[in-house]
Design a protein around this ligand. Sequence first.
Ligand SMILES: Cc1cc2nc3c(=O)[nH]c(=O)nc-3n(C[C@H](O)[C@H](O)[C@H](O)COP(=O)(O)OP(=O)(O)OC[C@H]3O[C@@H](n4cnc5c(N)ncnc54)[C@H](O)[C@@H]3O)c2cc1C
Length: 520
Amino acid sequence: MRTARRAVHAAAPALKRRRFLQLAGLAAAWPQAGFSQTKKAKPPGTKLPPGTKPPPGILVNDVHAQLSSARVFAIAQPFDLDGVRKAFELAKTEEKPICIAGGRHSMGGQPFVQDGVMIDTRKLNRVLGFDIERGLIEVESGIMWPQLLQHLVSAQFGRETKWAFKQKQTGADRLTIGGCLSANIHGRGLAFAPFIGDVESFRLLNAKGDLVQCSRSENPELFSLAIGGYGLFGFIYSATLRLVPRLKLERVVELRDIASLPEAFDERIRDGYLYGDFQYATDERSEDYLRRGVFSCYRPVSDERPVPERQKELGERDWLELLSLAHSNKSEAFRRYAAFYLSTSGQLYWSDEHQMSFYPDNYHREIDRRASAPNRATESITEIYCERERLEAFMADVRETARRDQLNIIYGTVRLIEQDRESFLAWARKPYACVIFNLHVEHNSSGTIRAGDQFRRLIDVGIKHGGSYYPTYNRYALRRQVDFCFPQFMQFLRLKKKYDPQELFQSDWYRHYQRMYFPT
Ligand SMILES: Cc1cc2nc3c(=O)[nH]c(=O)nc-3n(C[C@H](O)[C@H](O)[C@H](O)COP(=O)(O)OP(=O)(O)OC[C@H]3O[C@@H](n4cnc5c(N)ncnc54)[C@H](O)[C@@H]3O)c2cc1C
């Protein structure tokens, strides 16, 4: 707290005086305050020459790829709706756009805008209401999955039947509900549509400062635009989620070949399994490359079966070891991962808890250190879709492309998605197979240029097989690729202007597409 106050003073001259005095009470974070990434040691090679001043603004970045940095003018971290309104006033007085950041896991610059006022939602994390009869819960948009899970467990303690969330992302937990709505996320459900299906309604503070209720019956157009709308249609203050009965699930694991995967998924769905994915092998020198994988699915079992106190699970150290091996000895990483997962076949989990995962923050620094890497690196994700029956052919084409163009795939999975018939910028235009690729990217100019080329090639392979891509992870797609996969994109940008003619809500992602579609 003291740091934050001192930092507010340090930034005061940049603010219009009157607003600064009013904002002293607003939980606003300024340079060096409030965010871990501004406090962390600078990576090697980024030291400024002696006597040089850092550029103005606060440096922000996404947590995983760390390739979407921006310098924002100020960061406001409101605790309530009033605080959000004050951040709006600040932006208007300073004539700056607003960007909205939750857990900062999107990687295409969606939460940031150069020189804008960034609203960090993470302190807006209260549960506002829980209709235990109907299974509806209203939460502030900055709440993250661990907090929501904690609330659901404690508020329903001792009840015979309980509610749970239906789906969340895999691979990370500290993501906000606002971020989930805005990217219209999905989990590893075998027969689920994206997150919009789990949303009953939300309240959005629009560019005029009005709090608007949005649902399928109230402001339905805004409902379909703001979900999957990447923060461009207003500030989502709260969301009411549709919960599902909490179930006990058994994990069933086997090794499979990609050729038999579509049928195996179908079989599992027919047999009543609810969740599942396929983690494929990534050693390009192996016969198993992008072919063999660990197929883990989860089916409901009787509530009578107790979940044992101690089950096998991987700890932080194990994950780090696996991630490190996935860089240095991919076959061994796959062997160990497969052996571990096979040994857990038959273990029981609650339907919400089994979706939680472990993400070691900044794990790549340790990997770079162990490898004495000459350049910093991270993984950058992409998610490519193809028609389900063309999965084998899609993976064969990726195998060829990846070997030819030396893609360094560190890990990846195959999942399923049902068609999204509700959101405007729907990425799940059909029931697809979703293939996730985590590519190793070196943070120098040749590394990032190569990554852009590689991601574009993967999109083309997806398009060839009747598919598309997820716009959350980067903004490398070419205009022809965006047009093909999102023919509604230009209309999406036009509707943004209809709801926000002054372009109060912006992001570097938005500016990129504005330039792409409306070059001046
Ligand atoms: C390791 C990792 C694993 C992932 N796994 C999955 C996965 O399994 N499935 C999947 O679908 N995605 C996955 N993602 C992507 C992730 O779900 C999205 O990036 C999601 O938006 C992140 O939420 P966040 O809280 O970090 O939001 P941010 O990245 O901070 O923001 C995302 C977007 O939401 C907007 N936004 C946030 N809060 C609000 C608000 N209150 N009002 C209006 N707009 C708002 C922002 O402006 C931005 O446009 C993964 C990402 C990583 C890095």
